[in-house]
Design a binder for this molecule. Structure first.
Ligand code: F6P
Length: 319
């Protein structure tokens, strides 16, 4: 392994830059050249590839977004697109590729691996929905952004005695909703992994009001339904003054937390080690605070499991 490439793909996540920095610095430390692929898989197919030096990744550890830019590419889902990518990698003499991203990015890395090109996946997404790792890069920062928003919304909810529905991201996973709802003291949390009954929720809200509760915070994962639709349902079933906040893309931005920076540094460096050891076709993760790696092809066949004990706890604590 003389030369490796690194790209970020899919939705950006805070901490991706820290991961890129770790890949570049770890590789150079091991006398390996690093090339940055700009603009995800679309950039790879177009040959948007430049050499990175130690200084290229200076002053980025604390920045949100990704200095390598990102994209979602339909073309790269095709065999032709993947071949174009491999040709570019060969043209630049790149022997292995680190792909930082979510499940779509892993699918791309899996396709390259199946065609004999060594790739290592690093889990970078705010959704925390990648199997084989307890946490993905960006999840902790997004969580803190959501909690900050919930705390602020709570002030208004209390002052105006309102019910607030807060819609959070997560695609088909409920991790952001669950963790943020628990940490933000939400009365109700709706996640795609668990069924809910509108009548039961309305009943809980009414009971809370009878006990003297002046406001309620409900966190809805986008994978369940839109916050606006949910707010309408609540208003139909109760006489509560309801407002909806859709947090949207603010959840993806901002300076990464210390946790995400450390996680990204560890995962990025481990990915380089794997390529050096000749272990392409792997994905890295963290389990019980230890770096782990597993077959990227098998990884995508597995399902991410949200911690349902936390869901149970959130219900017990919000009676
Ligand atoms: O995967 C990250 C994520 O932010 C999801 O939570 C969300 O569903 C999706 O990306 C939004 O994608 P886009 O930025 O393309 O609208």
């Amino acid at each position: 392994m003389k030369r490796i490439g690194v790209l970020t793909s899919g939705g950006d996540a805070p901490g991706m830059n820290a991961a890129v920095r770790a890949v570049v610095r770890k590789a150079i430390f091991q006398n390996i050249e690093v090339y940055g692929v700009y603009g995800g898989y679309a950039g790879l197919m177009g040959g948007n590839i430049k050499k990175l030096e130690l200084g290229s990744v200076g002053d980025i550890i604390h920045r949100g977004g990704t200095v390598l830019y990102s994209a979602r590419s339909e073309e790269f889902k095709t065999k032709e697109g993947q071949q174009k990518g491999i040709e570019q990698l060969k043209k630049f003499g790149i022997d292995g590729l680190v792909v930082i991203g979510g499940d779509g990015s892993y699918r791309g890395a899996k396709a390259l691996t199946e065609q004999g090109y060594p790739c290592v996946g690093v889990p970078g997404t705010i959704d925390n929905d990648i199997p084989g790792t307890e946490f993905t890069i960006g999840f902790d920062t997004a969580l803190n952004t959501v909690i900050d928003a919930i705390d602020k919304i709570r002030d208004t909810a209390t002052s105006h005695e309102r019910t607030f529905v807060i819609e959070v991201m997560g695609r088909n996973a409920g991790d952001i909703a669950l963790w943020a709802g628990l940490a933000g003291g939400a009365e109700t949390i709706l996640i795609p992994e668990e069924k809910h009954s509108m009548e039961e929720i309305a009943e809980r809200l009414k009971k809370g009001q009878e006990r003297g509760k002046k406001h309620s915070i409900i966190v809805v994962a986008e994978g369940v339904m839109s916050g606006v639709d949910f707010g309408r349902e609540i208003e139909k079933l109760t006489d509560f003054d309801t407002r909806v906040s859709v947090l949207g893309h603010m959840q993806r931005g901002g300076s990464p937390t210390a946790f995400d920076r450390v996680l990204a540094s560890r995962l990025g460096a481990r990915a380089v080690e794997l390529l050096i050891e000749g272990n392409g076709g792997r994905a890295v993760g963290m389990e019980k605070n230890q770096m782990v790696d597993y077959d990227i092809i098998e990884a995508l066949a597995k399902e991410h499991h949200l911690d349902l004990n936390l869901y149970k706890l959130s219900k017990e604590l919000s009676i």
